[in-house]
Design a protein around this ligand. Sequence first.
Ligand SMILES: [Zn+2]
Length: 274
Amino acid sequence: MINALGIDVEEWFHICGIKSSVIEKENHIFESRVIENTTQLLEVLKEYNVRATFFILGIIAQNFPDLVRKISEYGHEVASHSFNHFLVYRQTRDEFERDLKNSIEILSAITSKKILGFRAPDFSIVKESLWALDVLRNAGIKYDCSIFPVTHPRYGIPKAKTNIYEIRNGLIEFPPSTIRILGKNFPVAGGAYFRILPYSFIKLAIKKLNSNNLPANIYLHPWEIDYKQPRLKIPFVRSFTHYVGLKKALSKFKRLLSDFRFAPISEVLAIERD
Ligand SMILES: [Zn+2]
């Protein structure tokens, strides 16, 4: 079975929803590490002969168009992770629409390809921001990977479907993978979960999904393989989930690449790319 792999291309300091911090307003004061990290990831994927979907921020594309070109030239799918990495539920519909369209415009201009996929920063399509799905559809997006079917303080719709489904307006939703444990959906898909959980558990979870004929939808950020990144002073829980397990993330990721087959999300969903 071919599983889906998504890489959210953002800087090490793109941390959503940290109030009072300078993160959202003064991104420019931090050193950029995204080129180095993403290039390393591209080489790893090449070594394992794996292509993926890269959900790229518009602001990264604006600053580093050559990086986006390189990702596309390596045969990966380019999709949108919004322009500014703002939480969907903290924006008005108009603000979100403008941000989304700006990201699609710049990514399609650089790659000369249609942008078909979207992942919201911090999975911020929740009950209160489901209006975003219509905005996505109207902007030509064909699939979304933002609705996490889990209980979490910042995101998630716990009772959302866990497999691939079509949303009423034609948009396809492919949620990050979870498995059912004691009647609850447990995330196994990526990010902090990928870094905290033992690899043997993740492997078993993907095997279980695949044995039920479900492709896994796994995600990773380029900063997760950069354990030397500077540490920001953020609240303890965020700090823990953001920085835990960075050192072992790359070797774990390589094991994943050698144990399972992956493809860009539009290919797993068999959506035409032209
Ligand atoms: Zn993000």
